[in-house]
Design a binder for this molecule. Structure first.
Ligand code: NAD
Length: 296
């Protein structure tokens, strides 16, 4: 069966244009531009790339952005002080602390220190709780971006069987909640698979919608995919490649070449879920700016 590419890159460009138009209108009404801050700790190459993309994307839609960089040996208390000052700063609408943090810092303590109203990553327990209850709040950017992709395919998800591989709190778990909730897209019957799942392939073969969020390149093979399935590849792994300019290539969790022909829709890596994650973060930040106005 012929597959169609779920082109996150093109879709994210369209959505950025939509957000830029909303920002222009917002600013035209006399508001200052939405302002996102990002805190980057240490020198991890992938984290830097992600944060650079986020900052660059802010400029593309007319947001202000602030990048706060600290060495990997920053103390937890010093990082918590930065979080506290961002919480209090009325010029900042939303902020993120790029994960992972160095081992001596308790990620959860930092996440819980972020004001839920500025938690545009949606990782705070209060936002996760709202997601679980179907209440309004900030939804983590990667699963939110995937829901937008599904919405824009126009495919009916109601009653479909979705299988999510991976149960992390930033991707797999919120993804399973979003797919199951009574919404459009949504209303799926969801199976959440993880490292202790028995016979992963058998579960995957029953999926109308298969979301892979593990970080093991090529682990989803053609025999695991049902004919006509929608396949969403969240995985991003750097694989050494001497022929590539940077010395590595990005590989997804899905063996794209083998799987693509069986799918109705499939996301590429790169150019699939990644760019959608960034536009969802921008959307959350615009929402935060509009809400902070309500509280002002
Ligand atoms: P994680 O390491 O926190 O979680 C991985 C999950 O995979 C775990 O829940 C684990 O139970 C499961 N798992 C591990 N081995 C398994 C196996 N053999 N079979 C089934 N399940 C298994 O990872 P994460 O933060 O959720 O990220 C997953 C992947 O997605 C990574 O490659 C990451 O780089 C990528 N990612 C991409 C984006 C994006 O914007 N595209 C955003 C976040 C994460």
């Amino acid at each position: 069966m012929g597959h169609q590419i779920l082109d996150g890159k093109a879709l994210s460009r369209n959505i950025k244009d939509e957000i830029a138009a909303e920002v222009a209108e917002w600013v035209g009404q006399g508001h200052r531009p939405p302002h996102l801050a990002a805190v980057l700790v240490g020198q991890d190459g992938a984290s830097r790339t992600y944060v650079d993309h986020k900052v660059k994307s802010c400029a593309q839609v007319g947001f202000d952005s602030t990048l706060i960089e600290r060495e990997a040996d920053i103390t937890q208390d010093a990082l918590l002080d930065i979080v506290a000052s961002l919480n209090e700063n009325p010029e900042i609408d939303g902020f993120i602390v790029q994960l992972p943090l160095p081992d001596h810092i308790d990620d959860q303590a930092v996440i819980e220190a972020i004001s839920p109203r500025k938690d545009v990553d949606g990782f705070h327990p209060s936002n996760m709780g709202n997601l679980a209850l179907g209440l309004p709040g900030f939804v983590p950017a990667t699963p939110a971006g995937i829901m937008t992709m599904l919405e824009r395919t126009g495919v009916e998800t109601q009653g479909k069987h979705a299988v999510v591989i991976g149960r992390s709190s930033i991707v797999g778990t919120p993804m399973s909640l979003l797919l199951s909730r009574s919404d459009k897209p949504g209303n799926c019957t969801v199976t959440l698979c993880h490292s202790r799942t028995q016979d992963l392939a058998a579960h995957c073969r029953r999926a109308d919608i298969l979301v892979a969020a593990v970080g093991r390149p090529g682990m989803v093979t053609a025999d695991m995919v049902k004919e006509g399935a929608i396949v969403i590849d969240v995985g991003i792994t750097r694989v050494a490649d001497d022929t590539a300019k940077r010395g590595f290539r990005l590989k997804g969790d899905v063996d794209f070449t083998a799987v693509a022909d069986k799918c109705s829709w499939i996301t590429p890596v790169p150019g699939g879920v990644g760019p959608m994650t960034i536009v969802s973060l921008l959307r959350n930040t615009l929402t935060a700016a509009q809400r902070s106005e309500e509280f002002a």
